[in-house]
Design a protein around this ligand. Sequence first.
Ligand code: GLU
Length: 508
Amino acid sequence: MREVRLRFAPSPTGALHIGGLRTALYNYLLAKKMGGRFILRIEDTDQTRFVPGAEEYIINCLKWSGLIPDEGVSFGGDFGPYRQSERSAIYQSEVRKLIDQGHAYYAFDTAEELEHMRQRFATEQNKMPKYDFHTRMHMRNSLTLPPEEVRQLLEKGTDFVIRLRVPQDEQVGIQDVIRGQVTFRTEELDDKVLIKSDGLPTYHLANVIDDRLMRISHVVRGEEWLSSTAHHVLLYRYFGWESEMPVFAHLPLILKPNGQGKLSKRDGAQFGFPVFPLDWNQGEDFLPGFREWGFMPEAVLNFLALLGWNPGTEQEIFSVEEMIGLFSLEQIGKSGARFDFDKAKWFNAQYIQKADAGQMSTIIQSYFQSKGIELSDERAEQIYTLYKDRVQLINDFYRQGRYLVEDHIEYQQEFLVKKWQPSWKSAYEFLQMRFSQCRLWNKEELEPEIKEFMHGHQLKMGEVLPCLRVMFSGVPMGPDIYAMMGALGQSVCLERMNRFLHQLNKSL
Ligand code: GLU
């Protein structure tokens, strides 16, 4: 049986879009499910679109999310090099076979000549003319020029491209696992450039040759590549590999939250959420990432998996191991999946709640550290326990729990204006005095004090607890008041009550 080998083949043209990570995930899941290998190939033959740092970014995204390639750029393997810019000699020798068999040809047309052809045929064809069987015989290429002239042009080093000679009236097709039979008529296809004037291959040529030489068994990629498959099938045919083509699966699009079109790189800024796995920070260009926004990689993978894959049950939370066990291409839908950021946060909250406390404490510690605060193991675990059911993002631990370690407190203005009543001040001073007399700082001692206080001053729980929370943390909401007071300790609580009552006294 054919060995199962799947590749993720991004182009380093900028930050990897979150949809790219979903493609990587599906390739990874299927490879692992079938006991195969997951390969990272970098498709960097378009020098005009090359962006420094993009390859490293792709690798970091895979490492962060735990989708570790078995082979590929920076991971080694027997089928390298895995960076296409290092495989030029391979493409050159392969394309020669196509030329020799008459399936590809040299084209010497200048930019002006191409433009001239477009204008000439535009009126005749009543649509944008292509370089194809209609027009190719009117152009300057090795099909129209005498062989001697072609030889001389090549010897002189004249600029040329190599084009695929697409047949006039044939059908090509694939059996796509997700879309079924997909057929293209060759008369609609242009004579795609295979080798550009810089000597490097185009995506089509390099992609097909590499999939073949790297023994790729399944091509799982975004829907936007479906139309390219027509040319790919022709290439497989002319290379004599058609009967052993990989299995194809073209994934549905990820749609904008409103369902109106494909989620694009610019949508992050428009909708106010990240559409990249990690922060991208190159020169002027800053794009926020899921990691820095406060997401756990497991939650992001779970969320992404379900943007297209329907396991057929009500279950929503899947570990990567579970996904590997259940995944199949047949359960991927054809229609686009809407990107729902609230749902992504919901997944993250689920993962935070069920995470291992020790592991989460380390994550919380490093997050606080990035803000210049060193947390002890005990403090980090305390913050995790207090807030795990109240946060959606890792950053929320900092936002909500920083008062435990930072002395500066900002009181919520809305509370001060709408809820706090200056006439309560002396009552709370009395409560503070009672608190100072507590010998044990725990719920058993504090609860009766607070109850008595409420009773004595005809105050309700919903009035007192928010006040205490504001005194301790600045905001009227938060975890269990006794847990909060216990975590702060008696002297800090007393000091903060004192500060609140005094500051307020001054400002009112
Ligand atoms: N280089 C293409 C990309 O950037 C790969 C498409 C494919 O997987 O064939 O997505």
